[in-house]
Design a protein around this ligand. Structure first.
Ligand code: SAM
Length: 281
């Protein structure tokens, strides 16, 4: 019965420059019975550009669960379907996960048609280690939750990749400077593959100062890549925490933090946070 089932193709599309679509993606989009898209208007423009006419239905975060049943039914009837998002690789900070999971559970064949992904494009030119990296996608929208997320990442040694919306970009950069420290190396890849593409690698503080003083450059799409903490920095912070620990056993918290900061040069807010964690244990 398996052979009667259709195939779900997960097709990557460009993130700006339409020439970044692959030959195979065009071929598959021409072949399939139906295209399932995050935004039908957006995908219609893409298909029109390549003279492809196909029925397109919408699958986005707000209708994903209802639409899923229809798509699975069509696949079970032997139809072939291409899943695309507005830009880049579907499911990478884009809709499609419940559909894919269900398709796999139903024994439907799923085939990736690889292509552009903003995170990978940015990583390939950031000038930061790529042997190990973590993809964090979008940080939480609320300031406090964002800070907490970054704090959890402050001892991450692998390169960290973030997506960020333009209206939150500058405040995210500010929080990264606060939490990771201004000396951490980073890269801001803006408007990749588009006319105003820019890729700047520098210390977090310099990047923040630059973008803060150029409001026009705060518009567009951003990938922010931050170097992982260096192992020698980690041992610095380990020793500053050891000093803090010793002082905490003899002194009130505020005084211990102040002295530990003077002795080790570590920022007071980092030590204060560490002191709170230690006193909770
Ligand atoms: N699925 C996409 C991919 O494969 O990269 C990502 C979709 S996610 C909804 C959109 C985010 O990706 C943007 O907010 C931005 O962080 C990043 N992005 C997408 N296109 C970009 C571009 N041309 N330049 C820089 N970042 C981009």
């Amino acid at each position: 019965m398996q052979s009667e089932l259709g195939t779900l193709y997960v097709v990557a599309t460009p993130i700006g420059n339409l020439q970044d679509i692959t030959f195979r993606a065009i071929e598959i989009l021409r072949q399939v019975d139906q295209v399932v898209a995050e935004d039908t208007r957006h995908t219609r423009i893409l298909l029109k550009h390549f003279s492809i006419q196909k029925p397109i239905s919408a699958l986005h975060d707000f209708n994903e669960h209802q639409q899923l049943r229809k798509v699975i039914h069509a696949l079970q009837q032997g139809k072939s379907i291409a899943l695309v998002s507005d830009a880049g690789t579907p499911l990478i900070s884009d809709p499609g996960f419940p559909l894919l999971r269900e398709a796999i559970a139903c024994g439907i064949k799923v085939i990736p048609i690889p292509g552009v992904c903003a995170a990978i494009a940015a990583l390939s030119v950031a000038g930061l280690p790529t042997d190990q990296f973590v993809f964090e996608g979008f940080l939480p929208a609320k300031q406090e939750a964002r800070r907490q997320r970054l704090q959890l990442l402050s001892s991450e040694t692998r390169t960290i990749v973030f997506y960020e919306a333009p209206h939150r970009f500058i405040s995210a950069m500010q929080t990264m400077v606060d939490v990771f420290g201004g000396k951490r190396m980073a890269c801001v890849a803006r408007e990749l593959t588009k006319i105003h593409e820019s890729i700047i690698s520098d210390h977090l503080q310099s990047l923040f100062t630059y973008f803060q003083s150029h409001p026009a450059k705060q518009r567009g799409e951003f990938v922010i890549i931050v170097a992982g903490v260096q192992l020698d920095n980690q041992s610095d912070s380990a020793s500053s925490k050891q000093v803090l620990n010793i002082l905490l056993s003899e002194l009130p918290l505020k005084q211990a933090v102040k002295l530990a900061s003077k002795i080790t040069g570590e920022r007071k807010n980092v030590l204060y946070e560490a002191a709170l964690n230690l006193s909770l244990k």
